[in-house]
Design a protein. Structure first.
Lengths: 252, 293, 551
């Protein structure tokens, strides 16, 4: 053993190969099966993709580093499901490239945020968190309402997402820019066919309350409003009944 | 390997190699290291046998305990449900007055209600439920949709202008934006509205304006806010004669209300909370309101 | 410095800088209209500037044949100075970020000054800027001294140093502008990732070539760790950063993987960035500078072997402890937990090996703040790995995850271990590199030591407190079985600890400034010609010895 090691120490290339080999084992055994064990990601036939506006909002969420303070992953722990709602399923972040599960909760978890507050509240909160939540330590994001949303390259974004496996259709890609503006500007008629493409449950509103322009605020709020709403899979998992009935109130 | 020299301090030999003056001793691996390596391995082995661990291609070893984080969670939720069942049942089955008189139950209402309110409602209505700009106070004895407990509980279930199928719907018309009233007309009806709650001094110079305002009010506004401006709970139109304002009672605020209208949104809580929790919340805010008066 | 390069080396260097200028320009042109354009411009400007310098000094006299009798230390000096630059910047931003949680409105209504964008400037600044430069510089130093061979050539060390720092600049400036891939510790976007991959391959090849030229039959332990650091970081970096760019004119890309696979890959990376960047590399440092400074032989060669392979093998399984109770399947969590527990043994074996090496030199530890830095580092290394293994146990993690406890653990490791061992190495190395008798002021080293130690203690204790309180508040129940606190109450409860942390952090930052000053003054001391213990004689080159031929 010691002799062999003494030999290994005398060859740089051998040593390098040994390191590569020894270091590869763990990752391989833990990661490869995540692609082959089918129950890893649940089925969710009703799962919808992000609309271009929501995707743009998600990119703003990434850009501003919201994930540094907010998780999007309700763990399978009693206190968490009681506070935030049903625990997160793998399928719920199936179209998340990258995932935003987070590792720190300076602020609360956002996995089930969608539809919890009004658009007006989100705008007020993002403009000045302390106006609605005096003890908050969250930064203000006033520029979001000033910056108009740049969406002319949304088709490229959707195409890149399709390359990594998100089922955007040709029609979605072709209409991506119009859909982005149209979703935040429902009276404009810019997004004819938007609901056909993305489902009649999707939201089309003046998210930022400003009808004159489509801002980054529109996009971010549109994104925040569908967190946890892309699929109902969580309500249908085995045991979901327990979460709702047996433990009455064991939600939120 | 070539044996090196003796190290004076430890009495060990060095390995005989030297790198720019650094030498190594041949000290054997301390037993304790090997011992702990064995212990931690055995502990791990035990855990591997008990819990899901090793992938086998398209499946994985389930472990003889048959546990999984999701089933463990369900177990703990069931246990918790059993523990809270007594008071939950009692709250579910009793009517509001009975609960309000039961000090034991009200203790639960206050502690659980405070947490529910803090995590869900305080963001809009404020930690003490006194509201803020755009969000009504819940402790001011003024109710848009009615202040009896079952009405409040229903408001919580469906929300206002929310995504619930049964949502309460209300809208303050955008008289300016939609070109129904001119600026002049809006000014006078605004002044009239402010006079209702005596929120400003009225000078004689205003009299004419107020009269014009009163006429417009009767034509345009009374259908919702009532002929005397005391509001109508059937359409969620607020009372304009008190000095509680959702959006503020200054002339600029009222101008804004009249120009662009209002469309306050109260989210639905049916999807997020159980009926019991909504009942507790109702009792909680009524209790707060009582405390505030 | 260019006078150290031969004519051919100057030409190769010129070619490379022109290549950098051209590729920067192309990137800038493709990325005009996007934030990418700025980074193209950054690379182009760097390329043109370096080209200019190279052309300007192109006709300087060539170095004589004597050059091969000396170690090639210029890039090391630059690396050390850059490391010090980055630690001052990085801890300054760290403390700024800490104060932002006390005064959240101090953002001047500007995007770049908000918490979410500054935080990665801090993490990348200290880990990559400070840690990375320190590792590169010390690895160049250690590999030459322990092999008694010069660096294999004189161009690639510069490619590594300059390239790596350009990467760090792209990272930090990118976050401020809003360019980030959001994967923790892997935030830079695709083009920066590709750039770093190239730099890293050059680093690896240079290291291997230098090892191949060694005059010592055996490769010293420190080099095992540096090698593991270089190799494994390459593997991690490439796999975790696989992504499809929106276009070649966009900075933005979408990760190749999504959801649960992406999460596992990210934390396999994230955890092993800790293991191979913040641990293995710095163990390499420890294994050279500590015995050198203490003048003692390594306590046990056999223990070195076990702990090295234990660390290389076991660490790679532990990443899933960052995902306990999440949507990651339970079986992976079990693996992560159990391997983290086993990992404690080789970790403590390393710490123990270092501390036992000090046997016979404790008097020095008492008197010499530099050695004390390294001793304390080994202690904090032991402490943070113990804490880490403990936090990796699922039920413990259910409390600690998402809280400041993790941040406390991070900084016990980062401040106590990573930064302290580096300061020890810097104080050991600086006089050697610049041929000085000693550091400018030993008093200031002493001052720095106490600032760093007290700062670290305040930071870590504050975060343990806040983290555990936070975790307990989130899961506290009333006697009727309902949750006791709303989330915002836990936010409010953190305030005093955030203030304390920011004060502790400020002390630590001050220490870094003192270090910078001391090093600066040392460089200006008159050089001494006395025989330098750092320079084992270099054998004459040209006739390959039997050994390197056998490689
Ligand atoms: C002046 C000294 C320092 C201060 C005041 C400081 C402050 C901070 C703060 C405020 C955070 C954010 C924590 C949060 O999100 O709640 C942070 C994160 C971090 N810092 Fe530091 N830091 C310092 C030095 C360092 C050093 C020297 C290193 C590494 C060598 C380091 C590595 C990190 C890492 C890795 C994180 C991310 C932790 C996580 O995501 O859990 N820090 N630091
Ligand atoms: C035996 C060795 C170690 C083990 C088993 C270990 C384990 C852990 C665990 C369980 C976490 C918390 C994950 C979570 O709940 O999110 C963590 C976080 C972390 N540890 Fe360690 N740790 C070890 C050593 C170290 C050392 C020496 C450092 C040096 C700086 C370090 C740096 C970090 C960092 C930066 C994080 C934060 C990751 C993030 O969330 O951003 N760890 N570690
Ligand atoms: Ca983190
Ligand atoms: Ca808008
Ligand atoms: Cu880890």
């Amino acid at each position: 053993m010691l002799k062999n090691h003494a030999k290994l120490e005398r060859t740089a290339i051998g040593f390098a190969f040994a390191i590569m080999l020894v270091a590869s084992i763990g990752g391989f055994i833990e990661i490869a099966p995540l692609f082959t064990i089918s129950e890893t990601v649940e089925d969710a036939p009703d799962m919808r993709v992000y609309t271009p506006l929501e995707l743009a909002g998600r990119n703003i969420y990434v850009r501003e580093g919201c994930y540094a303070c907010h998780s999007q992953m309700v763990r399978t722990l009693q206190d968490e499901v009681e506070r935030y709602g049903h625990y997160s399923l793998a399928v719920e972040s199936k179209y998340d490239h990258p995932m935003l599960w987070g590792s720190k909760r300076t602020g609360p978890d956002l996995a089930r945020l969608g539809d919890k507050y009004s658009d007006e509240w989100h705008v007020a909160h993002l403009l000045n968190p302390r106006a609605v939540s005096p003890q908050s330590v969250m930064p203000a994001y006033r520029w979001l309402l000033r910056n108009e949303l740049k969406a002319n390259d949304m088709p490229l974004h959707l195409r890149a997402m399709r390359k990594v496996g998100v089922p955007y259709t040709d029609a979605m890609i072709a209409n991506a820019t119009a859909d982005t503006y149209g979703q935040a500007n429902p009276d404009s008629g810019a997004a004819d066919g938007f609901f056909e493409r993305y489902g009649f449950d999707s939201n089309s509103r003046y998210f930022d309350g400003d009808k004159r322009k489509v801002t980054e605020m529109d996009a971010l709020v549109a994104y925040l409003q569908i967190l946890g709403e892309l699929t109902d899979a969580a309500d249908q998992t085995a045991g979901a009944a327990n979460l709702e009935n047996d433990a009455e109130g064991a939600t939120q | 390997m070539a044996e090196g020299e003796n190290d004076l301090h430890t009495g060990r030999k060095t390995t005989g190699h030297e790198w720019n003056g650094i030498k190594e001793l041949t000290t054997p691996v301390p037993k304790i290291v090997l011992f702990f390596l064995a212990v931690t391995f055995l502990v791990s082995l035990l855990i591997w046998v008990l819990a899901p661990t090793w992938p086998t291609g398209s499946a994985y070893t389930k472990g003889i305990l048959g546990i999984d984080q999701r089933t463990s969670l369900e177990t703990s939720l069931k246990r918790s449900a059993a523990r809270t069942a007594p008071w939950r049942n009692e709250i579910e089955q009793s009517n509001f007055e009975t609960i309000a008189q039961n000090t034991e139950l009200m203790k639960t209402v206050r502690s659980h209600g405070a947490r529910l309110f803090g995590d869900n409602c305080a963001m809009c209505h404020g930690a003490d439920a006194t509201g803020g700009i755009g969000f009504p106070s819940l402790v001011d004895d003024q109710w848009l949709w009615g202040g009896d407990p079952s009405t409040i509980m229903e408001t919580l279930r469906v929300g206002i202008n929310s995504t619930n199928d049964d949502t309460r719907i209300s809208q303050m018309i955008a008289y300016g934006r939609d070109g129904i009233l001119t600026l002049e007309q809006r000014r006078s009806v605004g002044a009239y509205v402010r006079s209702l709650s005596q929120s400003h001094e009225i000078s004689t110079a205003d009299i004419e304006k107020l009269e014009a305002g009163a006429t417009i009010f009767a034509q345009q506004c009374a259908s919702c806010h009532g002929p005397d401006g005391r509001g109508m709970q059937s359409v969620g139109a607020p009372n304009l004669t008190d000095d509680h304002w959702i959006y503020g009672g200054g002339s600029a605020d009222i101008d804004e209300t009249l120009r662009n209208g209002r469309h306050g949104v109260m989210p639905q809580w049916e999807k997020r909370t159980s009926a019991t929790d909504r009942k507790i919340l109702t009792l909680y805010i009524l209790d707060l309101a009582e405390g505030a008066q | 410095m260019i006078s150290q390069l031969t004519k051919t080396e100057r030409e190769i260097a010129l070619l490379l800088t022109i290549l950098l200028a051209i590729s920067g320009s192309i990137l800038g042109l493709m990325g005009r209209g996007d934030l990418l354009g700025y980074h193209g411009a950054l690379l182009a400007i760097a390329g043109y500037a370096l080209t200019f310098v190279l052309i300007k000094d192109h006709f300087d006299p060539e170095p004589g044949p004597k050059r091969i009798e000396k170690y090639y230390d210029d890039p090391i000096k630059v690396g050390i100075v850059l490391a010090i630059f980055w630690v001052v910047i990085g801890t300054f931003v760290g403390d700024w970020v800490a104060w932002l949680l006390v005064f959240p409105d101090a953002t001047f209504d500007a995007g770049w000054a908000s918490f979410g964008r500054l935080r990665p400037v801090h993490t990348s600044g200290v880990i990559f800027g400070f840690g990375g430069n320190a590792l590169i510089a010390t690895s160049f130093h250690v590999v030459q001294r322990t092999t008694r061979a010069r660096l294999a050539d004189r161009v690639s060390p510069w490619v590594v140093i300059v390239g790596f720092n350009l990467f760090c600049l792209m990272a930090a400036s990118g976050y401020l502008m809003g360019i980030t891939a959001s994967k923790e510790y892997a935030e830079p976007e695709w083009y920066a990732d590709i750039f770093l991959t190239i730099i890293w391959v050059v680093y690896f090849v240079l290291y291997m070539r230098t090892l191949a030229r060694r005059e010592e039959p055996h490769i010293y332990v420190a080099n095992w760790y540096f090698l593991a650091f270089i190799i494994v970081v390459a593997i991690l970096h490439i796999l975790n950063n696989l992504a499809v760019p929106v276009s070649f004119g966009h900075a933005k890309s979408y990760s190749l993987f999504s959801g649960v696979q992406d999460a596992m890959l990210q934390w396999w990376y994230g955890h092993n960035a800790v293991a191979f960047f913040l641990t293995a590399g710095f163990l390499g440092m420890l294994y050279y500078y500590l015995p050198k400074r203490a003048g003692r032989p390594i306590f046990s060669y056999r223990l070195s072997i076990i702990s090295f392979w234990g660390i290389v093998f076991l660490y790679m399984w532990a990443g899933s402890h960052h995902l306990h109770y999440t949507a990651l399947p339970h079986w992976v969590q079990t693996l992560g937990m159990t391997f983290s527990i086993m990992l404690l043994v080789p970790s403590w074996a390393s710490a123990g090996n270092a501390l036992m090496t000090l046997n016979g030199a404790w008097g020095k530890v008492r008197d010499d703040a530099t050695l004390r830095f390294m001793m304390v580092a080994a202690v904090f290394y032991g402490l943070s790995t113990f804490e880490g293994s403990f936090m990796a146990i699922r039920p413990v993690n259910s409390l600690s995850h998402y809280t400041d406890w993790t941040v406390g653990h991070v900084h016990a490791g980062a401040l106590g271990w990573v930064a302290m061992i580096t300061f020890g190495a810097i104080y050991t190395l600086t006089p050697w590199l610049w041929n000085k008798e000693r550091m400018y002021s030993n008093k200031l080293i002493e001052v720095h030591f106490w600032l760093a130690l007290i700062g670290t203690m305040i930071y870590v204790f504050a975060m343990w407190n806040s983290g555990i309180i936070q975790g307990l508040m989130w899961r506290a129940y009333n006697e009727n079985g309902t949750l006791a606190y709303s989330f915002i109450e836990s936010v409010a409860a953190m305030k005093p600890y955030y203030v304390a942390r920011a004060i502790g952090g400020f002390l630590f930052f001050l220490g870094a400034v003192v270090c910078a000053y001391n090093v600066w003054k040392t460089i200006q001391l008159p050089a001494v010609a006395a025989k330098n213990p750092d320079k084992p004689p270099l054998p004459a080159r040209g006739s390959p010895t039997a050994l390197s031929a056998a490689e």
